[in-house]
Design a protein around this ligand. Structure first.
Ligand SMILES: Nc1ncnc2c1ncn2[C@@H]1O[C@H](COP(=O)(O)OP(=O)(O)O)[C@@H](O)[C@H]1O
Ligand SMILES: Cc1ncc(C[n+]2csc(CCOP(=O)(O)OP(=O)(O)O)c2C)c(N)n1
Ligand SMILES: [Mg+2]
Length: 378
């Protein structure tokens, strides 16, 4: 801006006009960018945040001691560690075309965005506390945002997990959550804690999410009298995984190692083996599967249960002496738990940990199985 009282030549005025018009062009460019972000709506970036995220995050009692010291609206959120507890922290990102199909139901996407993160807390035996949400959106459609935030907050409210911050930008659809939970450090279910003789357990059933992906991709089809309900079972498993929070917390002090199965049993169990420097022997037929999956071919069942990702069930190890207690916990939290194998020591200290597979008769199976890998993906 020209200062008052300073006389300017026509050239100076022209130059100022030129630089102002460059500035105006830049401003118009920014304005276009912003207005296309909020096209079809009257929402600004900040009213979008306020309306769909901050308002619901604040819908809580301000005096509750469980709440963050400072939530949305400042440069950082503030949360105080609890006495005797560690903060469990994990991040997972969902990318359109990679983790979900374009056009997926936004309510389901909101659910899954938080669910896959809460699942990591469950796998650690941690109690959810807070989360941040960073996302890029190609545009800001109100109906989409309303459904997405409903799916997200319905799950957040069920687990009393508070949204404390995030970031919003325009770009290809991409959602990233960071979760924070509480766990007493000596009771955290770590990947490096499996020991010789431990049973290997999994929660729920495995393979339905992969079956759903296969149906969506046309890799196989669902036939028979139950086709409609089986298809719905698979789709639900793929789109709305249930984080096993109550089970994870109940397993504190009983289970040794644990993780959640995001990349498939074969790949994820190997993470426990590598961290714990042990081997595993697994009965491939004992891996629990839904009635719907049991109606697909034996080949597809094996592929889905052993290598299918996206199940978000827990895989954990525990000493044989805790079998009854673990069965009782499964009954109490209403999540089936199934023993599928045993941990053993490495033959030589330098050996690479491995899984040996057998069938229900004990006959060895020679399976070459790989977990989901973003750079070598199935
Ligand atoms: N870009 C990264 N920088 C640092 N650590 C990472 C990065 N990506 C993954 N990790 C870490 O690698 C480990 C394995 O990651 P991942 O397989 O994604 O775990 P999970 O299946 O629990 O999400 C985790 O401890 C995770 O924090
Ligand atoms: C459109 C689409 N393609 C493929 C998949 C399958 N898939 C994508 S990522 C993934 C593994 C889990 O994702 P990742 O980022 O590895 O999660 P993390 O292990 O970090 O929790 C699977 C099974 C899918 N769910 N949707
Ligand atoms: Mg991850």
């Amino acid at each position: 801006m020209a200062k008052a009282g300073i006389e300017r030549s026509p050239q100076t005025i022209a130059a100022a006009r030129h630089s102002r018009s460059t500035l105006c062009f830049f401003n118009a460019f920014c304005e276009n960018l912003r207005s296309s972000l909020v096209s079809q709506t009257s929402l600004s970036e900040f009213s979008l945040i306020e309306r769909f995220f901050e308002r619901r995050a604040l819908n809580r009692s301000p005096n509750d001691v469980d709440r963050a010291v400072l939530g949305i609206g400042d440069d950082c959120a503030l949360i105080a560690p609890r006495a005797g507890q560690s903060l469990a922290i994990s991040t997972d990102m969902l990318v359109e075309g990679r983790h979900f199909f374009p056009g997926v139901d936004p309510h389901a996407l909101g659910h899954k965005t938080l669910a896959v993160n809460l699942s990591d807390l469950a796998a650690m035996g941690a109690k959810p506390r807070a989360f941040t949400l960073a996302f890029a959106l190609p545009d800001a459609r109100e109906a989409w945002l309303a459904a997405f935030s409903d799916g997200l907050f319905e799950l957040a409210e069920r687990f009393d997990c508070e949204l404390i911050g995030g970031d919003t930008t325009r770009g290809p659809l991409n959602l990233c959550v960071t979760v924070f939970g509480d766990v007493p450090p000596d009771l955290a279910l770590r990947r490096d804690a499996a020991r010789d003789g431990d049973d290997i357990w999994v929660s729920g059933t495995l393979g339905d999410a992969r079956a759903g992906l296969g149906v969506a991709r046309g890799e196989w089809s669902v036939t028979g009298d139950d086709a409609a309900s089986d298809t719905a079972t698979f789709r639900r498993a793929l789109e709305r995984p249930e984080p096993r929070i109550a089970l994870g917390i109940a397993l504190r002090g009983l289970a040794r190692a644990a993780l959640d199965i995001s990349d498939g049993l074969a790949g994820d169990l190997l993470h426990i083996l590598e961290r714990s420097r042990v081997n595993a022997s697994v009965d491939a037929d004992a891996v629990p599967r839904s009635a719907a999956l049991s109606r697909l071919s034996a080949d597809v069942q094996r592929r889905c249960t052993l290598t299918g990702g996206d199940d978000y069930e827990l895989c954990f190890t525990a000493p044989a002496a805790t079998r009854e207690a673990i069965e009782a916990i499964g009954a109490e939290v209403k999540v089936p738990v199934t023993r599928i194998g045993t941990i053993s020591t490495l033959k030589a200290a330098a050996d690479r940990p491995a899984i040996t597979w057998h069938d229900s008769t004990g006959a060895p199976l020679s399976l070459t199985l790989q977990g989901f890998d973003h750079f070598n993906a199935d």
